[in-house]
Design a protein around this ligand. Structure first.
Ligand code: TXA
Ligand code: MG
Length: 319
């Protein structure tokens, strides 16, 4: 864990967590590690702290935020009319990389939900985030700690590179173990709908909980799900296999465009863990094109493909 930037504090030190808690109590923003990606946190009970997130991230107002809680029992503190599915999913997968959308109660301010009557809640599985939440005795809201539409951070250094001193404290909890954002399931519909793929797949939920999850349609789908997102500066091209990647690399190099291949074969965990760091690194080295071999569409591979499609879409909209 690094200490080379003044606002990066080692999350393993108890005193660092105290500093972060005091900053949150003063309505400042703190970057925190989670098992998925780093989050940019504000105290959930302070509308003015929540508003700062939109300014610092450059995020459009009305794009709703995820509430993060210390333990699974806290689901009912912020919600009402909980469905059996919501209860079962929290019981099975919390703490962990699953965000559940439920009907909100009066404790949740409009700034968090963009005025919707639903709220997205998750209980992160990271010792630093958990300790922070326990000491704060409040929930936090935390979008990924990157500028709006850009690649999410999976290390404290990534956050520092994006925001520098704009954030008072960055808690360093090491590299995120998973590396892509949480699965989002809307449990206000019957059947529940998957709004964003993540480490926990719809197939897994069917297998382990016997709950059928549908694809997103209608209002849920429209809620902040943009086709252009996760956009590095380099162009991202997707290919089906390594042979196609090698052919394309030769073509691009022949045209004088700097390019490289991302290919993790069938190692989906490694792919998820490394993807954002690799895209950020390609940008630092001013690579023109990253050719990515698509992973298989199973498990977390679905989430990786979803992110890659959006990164590739961002290129097209720039052309
Ligand atoms: O893994 C994660 O979920 C990370 C870490 C930091 O916890 N957080 C994260 O937050 O990815 P963010 O803000 O980058 O993405 C939140 C997504 C947005 O796409 C938003 O539209 C959706 O959650 N969302 C939040 N509240 C919602 C609601 N009430 N209805 C529908 N979608 C909602
Ligand atoms: Mg994000």
């Amino acid at each position: 864990m690094s200490r080379n930037k003044s606002n990066i504090l080692n999350g393993a030190d108890s005193s660092s967590i105290d500093i972060a808690v005091r900053a949150l109590q003063r309505d400042l923003l703190v970057a925190i590690p989670t098992e998925t990606v780093y989050g940019l946190a504000a105290r959930a009970s302070s509308p003015s702290a929540v508003k700062k997130i939109f300014v610092v991230k450059g995020r459009p107002i009305g794009h709703p935020l995820i509430l993060h809680v210390a333990n699974k029992q806290d689901l009912s503190l912020w919600s009402q009319e909980l469905s059996n599915n919501a209860r079962l999913l929290a019981e099975k997968y919390w703490p962990g990389p699953l965000t559940i959308i439920v009907k909100r109660n009066d404790k949740v301010c409009d700034e968090i939900t963009g005025g919707r009557d639903t709220v997205a809640i998750r209980c992160p599985n990271h010792p630093v985030a958990t300790e922070l939440l326990i000491r704060l005795t409040d929930a936090i809201v935390a979008p990924s700690a990157n500028h709006f539409g850009k690649v999410s951070p999976t290390s404290a250094r990534h956050v520092a590179e994006d925001f520098g001193d704009e954030i008072s404290v960055i808690l360093d909890g090491g590299e995120c173990s998973i590396g892509v954002e949480s699965t989002i399931i809307d449990c206000t519909t019957e059947p529940p709908q998957i709004l964003r793929a993540g480490a926990i797949s719809a197939d897994q939920i069917k297998r382990e909980c016997n709950i059928t999850i549908a694809s997103a349609t209608g209002d849920s789908r429209a809620s902040g799900m943009l086709d252009k997102h996760y956009a590095p500066n380099c162009t991202v091209e997707l290919v089906d296999d390594r042979k196609d990647a090698d052919v394309r690399l030769n073509q691009l190099n022949g045209d004088g465009r700097s390019s490289e291949i991302i290919d993790f074969g069938d190692d989906l965990q490694m792919f998820a863990h490394e993807l954002y760091a690799r895209l950020r690194d390609a940008d630092k080295r001013l690579i023109d094109v990253v050719i990515t071999v698509k992973p298989p569409m199973s498990g977390i591979g679905i989430a990786i493909n979803e992110r890659l499609e959006k990164a590739a879409n961002s290129n097209r909209s720039r052309e």
